[in-house]
Design a protein around this ligand. Structure first.
Ligand SMILES: Cc1ncc(COP(=O)(O)O)c(C=O)c1O
Length: 373
């Protein structure tokens, strides 16, 4: 805006990048309702013992806040490598503010202008969004009608498009199913660039041994992304991480901001990792609730796939928004995401899941949502 325009009180839009103009910020609703089952958080809050440990670790870190944190977060990376196993070390792990920042750093280093990333949709919406904000071209490849992925089809899409980065999500969000290792193997075998396997929900899998971590020794361009936001019940602390060849980690150091991970975050994550057995104990309960919920949804005449995550995709509705809104009107917030006709519900505490099911039954009885076969 010129000074003359400012003096005349004229308003002009700020000169945002042309490729961002008209876009909407990420915005899963954060509403204050009794039952919130929309962002796949872990419903179990930290125990009193963990809260005390995090508070003590934060107090210790607070005494040094005049200094920048360890910009390489070495102690945290060592603890994460120990947790993952598979022979990983601090050199083959990296940590950032949530796995979303990990994904952003990957695209800053390996994507960018003139480069492309490919994902198999429906999948996690931030993969295309972060591609766009890093000026990486996005290629949406298809899944089968049951949302599955065949090794030969996946490899053919990668061979056809030759993307610089491929995203595979396992277990996949929002469909809930794990991606077979044969698919990941087939894609790694033909990909000309990096292959990112987003394993945000890995701990909830029906078979957690089926992790892409097992493929790391064979594929130096494979990156496995994890998070402490889900199974570890630490979404508020913002800690994501990855495992990859040490040369990949070195490449990420080129794009990370100096001191990106605060001393308080590192201290909280380290304290939480000392309690990993306790934190992960909620995973078994969530899996049991999830499988029961799938059965109950089917009992209501709905379609719901088996899930390897802490959420379930269910449908199909002639007008899913009507069902979503009717549930919200009854105090239950779920997520309107993914393919048309489907809704996604996160697994909550047993009482929350029961309320969700009871209200959904009321909504369907009241004919707010026509169920499709
Ligand atoms: C597949 C997947 N990856 C990554 C994330 C990001 O998680 P965070 O940034 O909290 O680590 C999510 C969050 O819902 C997700 O569903």
């Amino acid at each position: 805006m010129t000074r003359a325009q400012a003096e005349r009180g004229e308003q002009t839009a700020p000169p945002v990048r042309a490729d961002l103009a008209g876009r909407h910020p990420y915005g899963a609703p954060q509403l204050d309702v009794p039952v919130r089952l929309n962002t796949n958080e872990n419903p179990y809050p930290p125990s009193a013992a963990l809260v005390a440990d995090i508070a003590a670790a934060a107090a210790d870190a607070a005494g040094h806040l005049n200094r920048y944190p360890d910009r390489d977060a070495v102690a945290l990376r060592e603890a994460l490598a120990d947790y993952l196993g598979h022979g990983l070390t601090s050199a083959s792990t990296w940590a950032a503010n949530g796995s979303n920042e990990i994904i952003q750093q990957i695209l800053q280093a390996f994507g960018g202008p003139g480069r492309s990333a490919l994902g198999f949709e429906p999948s996690y919406s931030m993969h295309p969004l972060i591609s766009q904000t890093t000026a990486t071209g996005w290629i949406a490849a298809d899944r089968a009608s049951d949302f599955g992925l065949d090794p030969a089809d996946a490899a053919a899409a990668v061979t056809r498009h030759r993307p610089d980065v491929v995203f595979l999500t396992s277990p996949n969000n929002p469909t809930g199913s794990a991606t077979p290792l044969q698919v990941i193997d087939a894609v790694c075998a033909v990909a000309p660039g990096m292959v990112v396997v987003d394993e945000a929900y890995a701990e909830f899998s029906r078979d957690p041994s089926q992790t892409a971590l097992t493929l790391l020794p064979r594929y130096p361009r494979l990156i496995v992304v994890r998070t402490m936001s889900k199974a570890f019940a630490l979404a508020g602390a913002r800690v994501g991480y990855l495992a990859a060849d040490p040369a990949v980690v070195q490449a990420l150091l080129l794009v990370r901001l100096p001191y990106h991970l605060s001393a308080l975050t590192q201290a909280a994550a380290l304290a939480a990792l000392r309690h990993s057995a306790e934190l992960l104990s909620s995973v078994a309960a969530i899996r049991t609730e999830r499988d029961a919920l799938v059965g109950s949804l089917r009992g209501l005449g709905l379609t719901a796939g088996d899930s390897d995550a802490n959420f379930v995709l269910f449908g199909r509705f002639a007008d899913r928004h009507q069902v979503w809104q009717a549930l919200l009107d009854r105090g239950v917030l779920i997520r309107e995401t993914g393919p048309d006709q489907w809704l996604r519900v996160s697994i909550g505490l047993p009482a929350e899941n029961a309320t969700f099911l009871a209200e959904l039954r009321n909504v369907l009885d009241g004919r707010a949502g026509t169920v499709l076969p």
